[in-house]
Design a protein around this ligand. Sequence first.
Ligand code: ASP
Ligand code: MG
Length: 432
Amino acid sequence: MNSNIKVFKFGGASIKDAPAIKNVGQIVQKYSEEKLAIVVSAMGKTTNALEAILQAYASKTGDAFELLNQVKQQHYEVCKELFGEAHEIYDLLNDTFVEIEWILEEEMQDEYDYLYDQMISVGELASTKIVAAYFNHIGLPTHWTDARDLILTDNTYRSANVQWTETQENCNRLIKPLFEQEGFVLTQGFIASTSENFTTTLGREGSDYTAAILSYCLDAEYMAIWKDVPGVLTADPRLFENVTKIDRLSYREAIEMTYYGAKVIHPKTIKPLQNKSIPLFVKSFIEPNGSGTQITANLDENYPPMVAVEKNQALIHISTLDFSFVAEPHLKFIFEQATKQRLRINMMQNTAISFSICVNDVDDRVANFVQQLQENYAVNIDKDLELITVRYANKTILNQLRTDKMLLLENKIRNTVQMVVKNVPILERIDA
Ligand code: ASP
Ligand code: MG
């Protein structure tokens, strides 16, 4: 039984400045008679800016405070446009940003990932204070709620794992009563808390996932993600021409595409919704009346070819030094090392004497992994590659995708073609 609660998620782009926030106000105004839980990310590129502050602090460049002042200034400018000079929001924001100042004033002692979550979470705390204040200001009663009181996680900082039982209890206890009253419930995406009250985050772009967690715990009627695109498209419009909107998509399709790099929805978002058959709409905040994309249970539909591109891939070729077969004991060792280094394996292939894996090239994980293997194996790495995943491919689209690219590895399973490619520079192409 659903609860009639709808969960909306507004990302950074939808609240990037004062006009954008006003636009969001117009969108939610239409739902003022309904039970709406609203999840909001940090404004615009704030998360990147906060990451830069942490970098500056950690590497002692000396400009951390200056960078922080820029971020604060951006927030104050937006508030000036929304509320004028005199409003309690300025004190609220000062109290929020001071958390970062306290960190910057001290020598760095804590672990980077822990500090990351304590600092970066301020982006969502600040944005939600502004948006909630604005909704109240235009006569839409809104309860600002701290997501850290709702979503409980373990202490895997920067990609915390949700503890569902406690999270469910918190939602029952704290949100459901708010819906007995008038008004919206508004909270932060991306951030959560450990049982010891330390702030955690769910991974970059994790606000979609927050909305899905709340949808699950509240038995939402549906969830909607409001984006700057008309819906889920057949490919990323920043990378391809002639993309079209997909009107309906199954949970399964959405999981496959987002797992392999379709950036439109955070990959962890779908599963909680699927488990309770909660429909997900992807809609445009620019054209809010457009139909968007509806994601629901399995559909017998013919899909057009859909393309997802994951950049920053490394292809690692592993063979034994003594030319013995790369048999199961070797594979076991290789996977253990991959797990230890938290490598995300996107594709793999083996022959008798070699084994190749394509992984996300994050931080220094690949280097650490290779170091573990080098004693016993010959290891070669190709970097700066792309993994292209095509569902429901046809010849035309595959030929198009292969143009100007060097194909290093290809896999075909049922509806899916995956290719690891290198973009060939123009000069090389002319010579060939
Ligand atoms: N603000 C966070 C980020 O930019 C979370 C989100 O936007 O979903 O990654
Ligand atoms: Mg964002």
